[in-house]
Design a protein around this ligand. Sequence first.
Ligand code: PEP
Length: 235
Amino acid sequence: MKQLIAANWKMNGMPDWAEKVGELARAEVSGAAELLICPPAPLLSLLCEAASDSAVTIGAQDCSADEAGAHTGETDAALIAALGARYVILGHSERRAGGESDALVKAKAERAIACGLRPIVCVGESLDVREAGEANAVVVDQLLSSIPETGDYDIAYEPIWAIGTGRVAEVADIAEMHAAIRAAVKPGPRILYGGSVKPANAQEILATSEVGGALVGGASLQMDSFAAIALHAIR
Ligand code: PEP
């Protein structure tokens, strides 16, 4: 599979951001990487329309574990898929910080797969855990409790202390963590790295063993920097 270069726009964007899909498609990096934009839920429809004839794919940032019904404020995975989106980010640390458990992430992933979406299951350790030398064990435990029992999915390893901080994990630590994750899940899922990925560090990160792509927050809000990251995709 190609490396997946995924934009997590978080709670950023307005309707005119649909134009960014065209900007990205014109950047001509799509042959080297699979390009994914995950906008806020209210923009999914507009972005799916804008991406319909391009190599850019669209995903959501979360979905409900439940089927359609009385769940105010939630978004049904079936609706996300019906709009034309193909992926959903699940268990991002910003959501886990609000109390989302591994069991809920797993239930969401299973519901997403049942609706035809490919989940990107996020895991990552706090700085305290890393400094205690427990990062690999904690992340693998978190992962094994969060992934679906069956179906296709990807993983994003995102050290919490590297998200939005400008701090990036050492390449040796990324390689070690990705090897530990690979040993736990066997072939199948791509293992993305996320945490302050920028054009300046993307080449080294994307060339690291077992790195199957990047999940990009801040640097994905401008298409020139996002495309510059995607240019470093190597497989
Ligand atoms: C993220 O939120 O998933 C992320 C990796 O953010 P940033 O690239 O800004 O660190």
